[in-house]
Design a protein around this ligand. Structure first.
Ligand code: BYC
Length: 330
């Protein structure tokens, strides 16, 4: 399905096929802890898995602009507005780096966007929840970007070079995003009783969906084992979820906010925080399209794509003109 324009064709679609010599080279690169680059031979499944994950990641970044963009005009001060605008622009940039990384595997941005618009590729479950109050901007920054950092820092060491390199810059920006979320919540938590209540309400609504961001439990994660063997994922979904809980619990104390889980307690034996059961029926329902905002998010994305057609056409016409001029001069 995907061609690779970045190097010699190994098979019709640029993959190693069953050629043992090529597959051996791929495995040796992985075993040496080195990076697979676009021109290298790779198994078709490796390419397909990367395109699936990178596309889903890119889609999450651009769909993630919607719940936050919703609050730009209602930010409570000029400073907050400027910060939120910068953050939403960062998300667009993350989408661009990731679509560009997918392009090195032979999947064009247009093709991937069509798959998103047709509901054939996913984006993160978290963005199917509504942002009801200003405190939600704090909760998204602190919890959602916090979860993103925990999930994405290991991807900086992913075996595929372009994805790993894109993640380095993304993670730096995510750190700024998390701090701005923490600061919003810290301010609200220390404000009037109703501001504190608003912050607590946001945490109550975003906590469980944030835990779901890490994906299904390991025993229900069909892709994990192979992705870990290929060095695409470095840790399992449950390992990263636990790491996130361990990071957030002490931060919640500093924020003077409670996490809505009566089963949350320190386990001296494991030296981790135990937490309560996640409602996986809710997660799979959201994945199927039954979340509170699924329809709205995809409809808005399709609308934005249609409205932006003239920009793409103008850019192409300009590029054509430039190319003609350059050819004439040459
Ligand atoms: N939401 O076998 P599994 C951000 C799907 S952006 C929706 O464990 P895998 C941010 C999964 O795709 C956050 N679908 O899969 C942006 C698979 O279905 P398919 C996005 C999910 O890939 C803006 C099926 O469930 N981050 O943080 O091994 C503003 C079985 O799962 C979810 C990334 O994309 C989910 N939560 O592991 C602020 C990071 N979880 O594709 C913040 C990169 C699972 O077979 N991605 N599914 O139909 C990853 O690390 C991995 O893809 C995942 C899932 C851990 C998410």
């Amino acid at each position: 399905m995907y061609g690779n324009d970045f190097g010699p064709k190994i098979t019709a679609d640029g993959d190693a096929g069953d050629d043992p010599a090529l597959l051996d080279g791929f495995q040796r690169t992985l075993d040496a802890g080195e990076r697979i680059e676009p021109r290298d031979a790779m198994p078709a499944g490796y390419r397909k898995t990367l395109i699936r994950q990178i596309a889903q990641h890119a889609h999450s970044e651009i769909i993630g602009m919607q719940p936050e963009g919703n609050w730009i005009t209602r930010a409570p001060s000029l400073r907050r507005k400027a910060i939120l605008m910068a953050k939403v622009q960062d998300e667009a940039g993350h989408g661009l780096y990731l679509y560009a990384a997918a392009e090195t595997l032979g999947a064009s941005r247009e093709e991937l966007l069509n798959l998103l618009h047709d509901g054939k590729q996913k984006y993160s479950s978290i963005f199917n929840y509504p942002t009801l109050t200003w405190a939600d901007m704090g909760a998204i920054g602190w919890l959602v970007d916090g979860a993103a950092i925990v999930n994405q820092v290991p991807i900086c060491r992913c075996s595929y070079g372009p994805y790993a390199r894109a993640m380095v810059r993304i993670c730096k920006e995510e750190s700024f995003h998390q701090r701005q979320g923490f600061e919003i919540l810290d301010t609200l938590s220390g404000g009037s009783p109703s501001q504190h209540a608003m912050a607590q309400d946001a945490i109550d609504r975003w906590w469980w969906p944030s835990l779901m961001m890490f994906g299904p439990p390991d025993d229900q994660s069909p892709n994990s084992a192979q992705s870990m063997a290929w060095g695409i994922k470095r840790f399992s979904n449950d390992e990263l979820r636990q790491r996130f809980v361990d990071m957030i619990v002490p931060q919640a104390k500093i924020l003077r906010l409670a996490l809505p889980d009566p089963d949350l307690r320190w386990n001296a034996e494991t030296e981790h925080w135990d937490f309560g059961a996640i409602d996986w029926a809710e997660f799979f329902g959201v994945l199927k399209g039954d979340g509170p905002c699924n329809e709205q998010r995809v409809a808005h994305r399709r609308g934005a794509h249609t409205d932006g057609a003239w920009v793409r056409e103008a850019a192409l016409a300009y590029a054509d003109k430039q190319a003609t001029r350059t050819a004439e001069v040459a």
